[in-house]
Ligand binder design. Structure first.
Ligand SMILES: *Cc1c(COP(=O)(O)O)cnc(C)c1O
Length: 389
């Protein structure tokens, strides 16, 4: 059975057949969990009770979403978080400790980089080396005897560089270094990180997985070998993600495959059209043949999603750029992507190392589920304002 079919055909465990059997599972709410007897409670106090003994043990709704993600990704353990950034924080804290060294790519999600610098480095005495966004086997040059963790994101935020994941995973494995990959852009459908040797993945469920811009959630999935360590650390934090968010995330999973196919097709069409627009300098989309790591995308990924960017031939002052952006009717302005509505952001990417697009404004598009001809027309009429600027 294809993974797309599994997402739809899953059978939810029906706990109580005295109520109606619905296709979707109930959203459980509960802080107190009742024990059947005093003996069972004593077992729990001694750590020998394997059932759920408290709300933060994750009730069935949370567990069903985690299990769906775990199966989809092919990992050993999945845990859900109240946001993607909370998933990042916890995964980093689980795999690197005070006095150790970590490596982070220069195109990692901005708030995650801020956490590494302000919390891990400044407060917790972890040292971090930032490496080029398109790092591969040259990761070797940045390793130290105390390197514990390599934190990757591919394609990376805003600039879409791709890392050579199998080459990095291979080097890290031989040295016992954990590789952690934020794979939000590709979703579990378009990238299989565990098959490439990656140890742990992060997904911002907020994006395509939930799909409607009304949920904040995240997951971490960990391969065999690191699973127990991660599950123990998660339990210490007693993190709780509301059941309603998990219910909506599960619901989103059912339509993920069809939504993504549409996002992919429309984004490719708009990206290809932009490459021949006279005002456009470069289109930053891994599935386009002139993307610098297109060969890696073709080798490692099974598809492309609907988020990409472009740069203009000329740098416009903010008030002139606004003539284009504010003229758009379908592309709205907002950060959190992966939903049905098309969105735009424009900024100069913040990078520590000199990379591509230095000093250029990167215009990022989230291609939604609107008709693609309407989206193209909207961009065309918006860009025309720059011609007269
Ligand atoms: C949005 C995003 C996150 C954070 O997700 P939130 O749920 O918004 O906290 C993490 N990684 C990437 C790549 C993202 O785009």
């Amino acid at each position: 059975m294809k993974r797309e079919t599994e997402l739809i055909a899953r059978n939810w465990p029906q706990r109580d057949t005295s109520v109606a059997t619905t296709i979707n599972p109930p959203a459980y709410r509960g802080s107190t969990v009742l024990f059947a007897s005093y003996a069972a409670m004593v077992e729990a106090q001694m750590g020998r009770h394997h059932g759920i003994s408290y709300g933060t043990d994750r009730l069935p709704t949370q567990r069903q979403f985690e299990e769906a993600m775990r199966q989809l990704e092919g990992g050993a353990v999945t845990r859900v978080f109240p946001s993607g950034i909370a998933a990042i924080h916890t995964a980093l804290m689980a795999f690197v400790a005070s006095g150790q060294h970590m490596i982070m790519v220069d195109n990692a999600y901005g708030p995650g980089r801020r956490f590494v610098h302000k919390v891990l480095e400044q407060r917790l005495k972890v040292s971090c080396t930032v490496v080029p966004a398109n790092v591969g086997a040259d990761i070797e040059n940045y390793l130290r005897p105390d390197t514990a963790l390599i934190f990757l994101e591919s394609p990376g935020s805003n600039t879409f560089e791709i890392q050579d994941l199998p080459a990095i995973a291979d080097i890290a494995r031989r040295r016992g270094i954990v590789t952690l990959l934020d794979a939000t852009w590709a979703t579990p459908l378009y990238l299989r990180p565990f098959e490439l040797g990656i140890d742990a993945t992060i997904h911002s469920v907020t994006k395509y997985i939930s799909g409607y811009s009304d949920v904040l959630a995240g997951t971490v999935t960990v391969a065999e070998g690191h699973a127990e360590r991660f599950a123990e650390f998660y339990k210490l934090l007693e993190i709780y993600t509301p059941a309603e968010e998990c219910y909506l995330a599960l619901r989103g999973l059912h339509s993920l495959a069809v939504r993504l196919r549409q996002h992919e097709r429309s984004a490719l069409e708009i990206a290809t059209w932009l490459t021949s627009h006279p005002l456009v300098d470069r289109v930053l989309h891994p599935a386009l043949p002139d993307h610098p790591e297109h060969h890696l995308w073709r080798r490692d990924f099974q598809g492309s999603s609907g988020l990409f960017a472009f740069t203009l031939r000329k740098e416009y002052p903010q008030d002139q750029l606004a003539l284009f952006i504010d003229a758009l009717r379908l592309f709205r302005l907002g950060y959190s992507w992966g939903g049905f509505q098309s969105l735009l952001t424009a900024a100069r990417p913040h990078r520590l190392l000199s990379g591509r697009y230095q000093g250029q404004t990167v215009i990022r598009l989230n291609i939604g589920l609107e008709d693609v001809d309407d989206l193209r027309d909207d961009l065309r009429q918006g860009l025309a304002r720059l011609n007269s600027a």
